[in-house]
Design a protein around this ligand. Structure first.
Ligand SMILES: NC(=O)c1ccc[n+]([C@@H]2O[C@H](COP(=O)([O-])OP(=O)(O)OC[C@H]3O[C@@H](n4cnc5c(N)ncnc54)[C@H](OP(=O)(O)O)[C@@H]3O)[C@@H](O)[C@H]2O)c1
Length: 257
């Protein structure tokens, strides 16, 4: 008996994954490339970006690295949007807004102006400007897909992550509004909402993540590959009728609170 070989779901897609030099973003970039997308990997760390590119090339995929510091604001975002399209040879038609400032646990009195600016700048302002820069060309070139990486922290109250949670709640809200605005124009917008997720880079914190995830129905943290699988699904044509969803990949954490 022969095993059926499934064809790549994302051939012809030109993808940009922000914050794909490490963690969940790296897994997403690898997964999109495995499914046939040409992927722009982005972040501030050139060496880490080049390493991801090498991994993708070694697996037979297509990828380019474009350095960008999303904390630098509008000009940096505009440059990333332009260079990403140039590198893949056409308008970006798959955007994954993944880059984020992950703030260590803090009480409200520990929130300073610099921290607030950095968190809202990278987690909210940058995706908003990037969507503004890329969506018109998606519309003009026949449509596209945007997947935002949210967080369960954006859907629950927490005594130690108010600021980070607020940035993620804003991204969930942008997901719904962008879906409403862009669906009639052929662009699908959704979010994946991870719970505690183990990545290669956060290995020193896996025990903490296990502890947090122990109250979820399936009792374990997710993996970056499990989050990437959800992104691949939402990016592909099998999700053609899904708009404005915030899809938890959290072992049931949100459902059971
Ligand atoms: N891991 C979890 O448990 C978890 C749970 C829920 C949600 N999430 C969400 O999942 C996403 C990825 O998290 P992760 O755990 O994979 O974190 P991570 O390993 O720290 O990755 C964050 C990425 O964002 C990039 N980044 C940070 N600041 C940037 C800036 N100023 N400009 C450009 N890129 C920047 C980093 O790239 P450079 O260092 O190269 O700049 C890095 O690639 C985030 O949106 C996070 O909120 C994670």
């Amino acid at each position: 008996m022969t095993t059926p070989v499934s064809s790549p779901q994302l051939s012809g897609r030109r993808a940009l994954v922000t914050g794909s030099t490490s963690g969940i973003g790296r897994s997403v970039a690898l997964a999109l490339a495995r499914e046939g997308a040409a992927v722009v990997v982005s972040g501030r760390d050139d060496a880490a970006g080049e390493a991801v590119i090498k991994e993708i090339h070694a697996a037979g995929g297509t990828a380019h690295f474009v350095r960008a510091d999303l904390a630098e604001g509008g000009l940096a975002v505009a440059r990333l949007a332009r260079e990403a399209a140039e590198r893949v040879g056409g308008p970006i038609n798959l955007l994954v807004n993944n880059a984020a400032v992950l703030i260590p646990a803090q009480s409200l009195t520990e929130v300073g102006e610099q921290m607030a600016d950095a968190a809202f700048g990278v987690n909210v302002k940058a995706p908003a400007l990037l969507v503004a820069a890329l969506a018109p060309a998606m519309v003009d070139s026949g449509g596209g897909v945007i997947v935002n990486i949210g967080s369960i922290s954006g859907a629950i109250g927490s005594p130690v992550s108010a600021l980070y949670g607020a940035t993620k709640a804003a991204l969930h809200s942008l997901t719904a509004s962008w879906a409403a605005e862009l669906a009639p124009k052929g662009v699908r917008v959704n979010a994946v909402v991870p719970g505690p997720t183990m990545t290669r880079e956060n290995a020193p914190y896996h025990a903490v993540l296990r502890d947090i995830a122990s109250v979820a129905p399936d009792g374990r943290p997710g993996t970056s590959d499990e989050v990437a699988d959800a992104v691949v699904f939402l990016a592909g044509d099998r999700a053609a009728h899904i708009h404005g969803a915030t899809l938890p990949v959290d072992g049931g954490y949100l459902a059971a609170r």
